[in-house]
Ligand binder design. Structure first.
Ligand code: TLP
Length: 348
């Protein structure tokens, strides 16, 4: 990359191996179920997450929306975190397109929704109420710090869901970051979920796509929902090929991104006007605040980083003084040092 882009891991470019695989991928018509590369990706993704089947979708947003529309009908309710991507950053798609009523719970600093709050949110059988159908968790929990959620907690939510006849969906956009950080297989983290959507195009560097996984019956229904959303993608094998490289070669190395995030957090903590809790840096995200009395305003800081140092880093969408830096394959340890140097120069 020609810049140091810390805005997100969505900015990652495909690797050379991905570009090669994409160029020569065997393809077919995936709407007919005949693209061998898509079929291979869906099968590998499902196996990796311990589920029966997978569905290649265009984006994380489409994966979550397809799951919500498959689990819920119009007027049904889904329990979801106030800080969840599904609630905050998906253009209200589940309500706009599915008539799904969100029941919002506060996310705890550890990324969880309190079990007692979930229990209270589940509706009784009463004509006045929407029907509760779905609980949504996010792992890693992005907006509150990229925090990995444990298998033990998810199992408790799964038990609660089963007790009440509900489904559990996990927005696992960065589930492999969580798995690497916690040192457990991703399949263990989602064992209790009925569906999981994870992204190939974030830290795993594929240019496009996510995979939604679940039971055969769920994925069969989800396939029809994906079609209705315009997500039947024909010769999508050229994209899935990069996804296969991502699954086979890009997961274990996420540990490097986490180490770089820690190094960045440590360096930032030593700078004036930076407010940061380094102990919250658990995966590839570093959140920090620029003090109100800093000698430079947040927008000006972002501007000067970009124009004078070719570093892309900006306030997190929806906030003024809160920044999020995300490490990924294209951010090296030398880039972290360069970023700290630039920040030091602009703040002192
Ligand atoms: N998140 C993006 C922005 O939309 C905020 C980012 O830069 O982090 N779930 C989670 C937890 C996500 O963080 C994202 C993307 C998605 C779903 C949606 O994925 P895409 O962008 O592929 O639709």
């Amino acid at each position: 990359m020609d810049v140091i882009d810390l805005r997100s891991d969505t900015v990652t470019w495909p690797t050379e191996a991905m570009r090669q695989a994409m160029a020569y991928a065997p393809v077919g018509d995936d709407v007919y179920g005949e693209d061998p590369t898509v079929n291979a990706l869906e099968a590998e993704a499902a196996a990796l997450l311990g589920k029966e089947a997978g569905l290649f979708v265009a984006s994380g947003t489409m994966g979550n929306l397809t799951a919500a529309l498959t689990h819920c009908g119009r007027g049904d309710e889904m329990i979801v975190g106030r800080e969840a991507h599904m609630f905050r950053y998906e253009a209200g798609g589940s309500a706009a397109l599915g008539g799904i009523h969100p029941h919002i719970l506060d996310v705890q600093p550890d990324g969880t929704l309190p079990l007692e709050a979930i229990r209270r949110a589940i509706r009784g059988d009463n004509d006045h109420f929407p029907r509760t159908r779905l609980i949504c968790l996010e792992n890693t929990q992005g907006t509150i710090g990229g925090i990995p959620i444990t298998a033990e907690y998810t199992a408790q939510v799964g038990a609660l869901a089963r007790e009440h006849g509900l489904k559990l969906h996990i927005d696992g956009a960065r589930i492999f970051n969580a798995a690497v950080a916690l040192g457990v297989p991703a399949s263990q983290l989602v064992a209790d979920a009925d569906s999981v959507s994870f992204c190939l195009s974030k830290g795993l560097c594929a240019p496009v796509g996510s995979v939604l996984v679940g039971s055969h019956a769920f994925i069969r229904r989800a396939r029809r929902v994906r079609k209705s959303l315009g997500g039947g993608m024909r010769q999508a094998g050229v994209l899935a090929a990069a996804g296969l490289v991502a699954l086979r070669t890009m997961i274990d190395r996420l540990v490097e991104d986490h180490a770089n995030a820690c190094a960045l957090a440590e360096g930032l903590a030593a700078l004036p006007y930076i407010e940061i809790d380094g102990s919250r840096v658990r995966t590839n995200m570093v959140f920090f605040d620029l003090a109100q009395d800093a000698p430079i305003a947040p927008a000006a800081l972002a501007d000067r980083l970009r124009h004078e140092y070719h570093i892309l880093l900006r306030p997190y969408p929806g906030y003024t003084h809160k920044f999020r830096a995300v490490t990924h394959y294209w951010v090296t340890r030398a880039h972290i040092e360069q970023t700290l140097e630039a920040m030091r120069a602009l703040l002192t």
